[in-house]
Design a protein around this ligand. Structure first.
Ligand code: CTP
Ligand code: MG
Length: 231
């Protein structure tokens, strides 16, 4: 079975506010996007890697692709204004034949091999799989100023990437979203839930280390995690 990874690096990284979009920032001597692609290149069950980047940064990404020897590299394209548009562009480059896609945020360079393995293994029995982590904090519903209710912490998990799908199912969900002009999904399984609500979406455990580089302070946390992993 083919397992193609789509690495999304089509965002501008505005909240991080670095001099360059965050995917091109250096994390312990290697760019964030290189570290992310490395993780999928290294995984024995991944058969191809598609990278989606910002239209303005195609040359920069092309240079990065050329200086690396990623044997699984299968294509580069420019994304769009939304994550949805970027993922849709990446999906176009995936092989049409039956197989799986794993969609991953380029801004999560610390994704572990075991997390990728869990997604691929779960795809043997499910057509859609998300990674998520339980919350250690108490969780409340709030209007911003006051508490409306407490949520059952054991049932509310934080969703991460990678997420895995049978390619045909995800393509159908994207077609439905395009047909309904629904472009606001913050992840891909959300589209399956919306358009194919009867399909089972498996949940496998993500990792607390698999943080998304979002704010400037996340870089320091990532450096610390890398330093402890090396020990
Ligand atoms: N992404 C993308 N195309 C977009 C928007 C986001 O490929 N139009 C990707 C980002 O590059 C990132 C992932 O989706 O790897 C998660 O998005 P986010 O953390 O929001 O990244 P940015 O949109 O780049 O950051 P910000 O929202 O702070 O500008
Ligand atoms: Mg964003």
């Amino acid at each position: 079975m083919r397992n193609t990874a789509i690495i999304l690096a089509g965002g501008k990284g505005e909240r991080a506010g670095f001099a360059v979009p965050k995917q091109f920032a250096e994390l312990a001597g290697r760019t964030v996007i290189e570290r992310t692609v490395d993780a999928f290149e290294r995984h024995p069950m991944i058969t191809g890697i598609v990278i989606v980047t910002i239209a303005d940064c195609m040359d920069r990404m092309q240079t990065i692709v050329e200086r690396n020897t990623w044997h699984k590299f299968a294509g580069l394209c420019s994304g769009g204004f939304t994550r949805f548009a970027s993922a849709n562009a990446g999906l176009m480059l995936c092989p049409a034949a039956e197989g799986n896609v794993l969609i991953h945020d380029g801004a999560r360079p610390l994704v572990g091999q075991e997390v990728i393995s869990r997604v691929i293994t779960a795809l043997e029995g499910s057509e859609a799989v998300i990674t998520a982590v339980p919350s250690t904090d108490s969780l409340v519903m709030t209007d911003g100023g006051s508490v409306e209710s407490y949520l059952d912490r054991s049932k509310v998990w934080r969703v991460q990437t990678p997420q895995g799908f049978r390619t045909s199912l995800l393509r159908s969900a994207y077609l439905e979203a395009l047909r309904h002009s629904y472009f606001d999904a913050t992840d891909d399984a959300m589209l399956i839930r919306r358009y194919f609500p009867d399909r089972h979406i498996a949940v496998v455990e993500g990792s607390e280390s698999n943080i998304k580089l979002t704010y400037p302070g996340d870089m320091k946390r990532m450096e610390q995690i890398l330093a402890t992993q090396k020990q």
